[in-house]
Design a protein around this ligand. Structure first.
Ligand code: AMP
Ligand code: ZN
Length: 481
């Protein structure tokens, strides 16, 4: 097994070697829970889910952490503006803690609807204030941070490698900085670790003063350290996280803890809507619920995301979603056609099912294409193309019968790895595969007994449930409509 991933830090694809053999520890920047995440956020979160599933299919033990940012994320990522939660609380006149609870619940409901495998930890920033304070104290002690009143800043000049992730240079940042924003800082590119504000609705009494709250960047450094250790394998986020958020995380963690923080940085390109940035004024900041309201299944969106590669831009349109829904349906149809064989492979692990597919001559090229696609920087586009290749092959009249089980194994593995079909789609309109088989057999028996009225009745029942029955020389065959 050779997994290659594009590392934002080295700007090239690298062979992935876990720090600890057989194990992967990874951290994903999760949502800022001031309003319900939109479909763009879910592109980033679905990528995290894919990583998890592909590592596990490669029999690696994964520890996965996704944080919830519930304080400290300012409206301007570059250390200015107002706390997003504070602003939302003031705008809506709702207690910020109530907003956090409500949005977090919606987030978990969305993850569930999208079939995301739950991470091992979903730490909330506000539950980790002591860990942040401890890290800031180390930075103060080591001379990487300084206090101005009750505010504490990170001194970017104390970390010569600042800029190594994003390619930004401190001199350039400072030349372009709006100096009037904060006269307290020693250097314009310095960023806040801790802010004091008596009017803040979420504030803590700590060694640094009475009314303070953390900066956004220190939250992720501290939570990642707590759950994954000082040095771990992989950190992800959307492309906007590269700078300043992840650049600042690196500066803090490497300064406080000595040595490398994260080996591999992966970033998802943004999802756009109708060719541009989503915006409230255009009314196109869509949530997962908006897709459901228009008659789509959340898995249609999941499939849309996976038909593209995470490092290419993805333009969401309703037409594109419709195309993804139809394409997914045709794979669902393939699943139905292989229903008998599915029962022979169900229960296998993804690794075992993929190995079984690779062992059968007629299916091996597709299984190989599927695996190679994912091994090569998680190219889901290639992996999905392999499934359509499989579909065409299986539909050929001369597809060899003994290979049908291997074909089922590949589709089964693909479902475990990509999450193609939600559990309820194993039954159309309440009819399970077994029930459909029973109705089809009863109809065949009725026809043989020349009871055509009963046979028609049975066919109607199937048609109403969206099942198409075709009479072939080999007997009645069915698939979902
Ligand atoms: P936020 O809630 O703004 O903290 O963002 C949560 C995660 O979603 C971060 O990793 C962002 O980089 C990511 N993200 C935000 N907008 C988009 C988008 N349009 N496409 C992809 N990822 C996004
Ligand atoms: Zn983060």
């Amino acid at each position: 097994m050779v997994l290659r991933f594009y590392n934002t830090l080295s700007r090239q694809k690298e062979v992935f070697t876990p720090l600890q053999e057989g194990e992967v520890r990874m951290y994903h920047c999760g949502p800022t829970v001031y309003k319900r995440p939109h479909i763009g956020n879910y592109r980033a979160f679905l990528f995290a889910d894919l990583l998890r599933r592909w590592f596990e299919a490669n029999e690696l033990k994964v520890t996965q952490v996704m944080n919830l940012t519930d304080v400290g994320h300012l409206t301007d990522d570059a250390d200015a503006g107002e706390d997003k939660l504070q602003q939302e609380a003031e705008r809506t006149k709702v207690d910020p803690w109530a907003i956090v609870d409500q949005v977090s619940q919606a987030f978990f409901a969305d993850l569930n609807a999208l079939g995301v495998v739950p991470a091992h930890h979903y730490p909330r920033a506000t539950d980790h204030i002591p860990e942040m304070v401890a890290m800031i104290e180390i930075l103060l002690e080591k001379g990487h941070a300084y206090r101005v009143g009750d505010n504490i800043y990170f001194d970017v000049h104390s970390f010569p490698e600042y800029g190594k992730l994003s390619g930004n240079r401190v001199e350039d940042l400072e030349a372009g900085a709006r100096l009037e924003i904060n006269q307290e800082k020693r250097h314009p590119a310095d960023f806040a670790l801790w802010k004091s504000d008596p009017h803040h609705l979420m504030k803590w009494n700590t060694a640094f003063g009475e009314d303070g709250f953390p900066g956004w960047h220190i939250e992720c450094s501290a939570m990642a350290r707590k759950y994954l250790g000082d040095h771990f394998d992989l950190h992800t986020g959307g492309e906007d996280n590269v700078f300043p958020h992840h650049e600042c995380e690196i500066a803090q963690s490497e300064s406080a803890l000595n040595g490398s923080f994260v080996s591999l940085w992966m970033h998802t390109r943004f999802l756009q809507v109708d060719g541009g940035k989503m915006s409230k004024s255009l009314g196109n900041v869509y949530s997962i619920d908006d897709l459901i309201e228009r008659g789509f299944h959340p898995f249609d969106f999941r499939f849309l995301v996976q038909r593209g590669h995470y490092r290419t831009s993805l333009n969401f349109t309703w037409e594109a979603l419709k195309g993804a829904a139809e394409a997914r349906k045709s794979l669902q149809d393939l699943w139905s056609r292989l229903a008998n064989e599915m029962s022979k492979v169900s229960g296998l692990s993804a690794a075992a099912a993929l190995a079984q597919a690779e062992a059968a001559a007629e299916v091996a090229p597709f299984a190989k294409e599927f695996r190679e696609g994912l091994n090569d920087d998680l190219n889901t586009s290639k992996a999905v193309a392999a499934l359509f290749g499989l579909r065409t092959a299986v539909l050929r009249a001369d597809f060899p019968e003994p290979n049908r089980t291997a074909a089922a194994a590949l589709l089964y593995a693909a479902d475990l790895i990509l999450g193609l079909f939600p559990a309820e789609e194993d039954s159309a309109d309440g009819l399970s595969d077994a029930e459909i088989e029973a109705l089809v057999l009863a109809r065949t028996a009725a026809k043989a007994a020349k009871d055509f009225a009963a046979a028609d009745d049975l066919r109607n029942q199937l048609t109403t449930a969206g099942i198409v029955v075709e009479d072939t020389p080999q007997g009645a065959k069915w698939h979902r409509g």
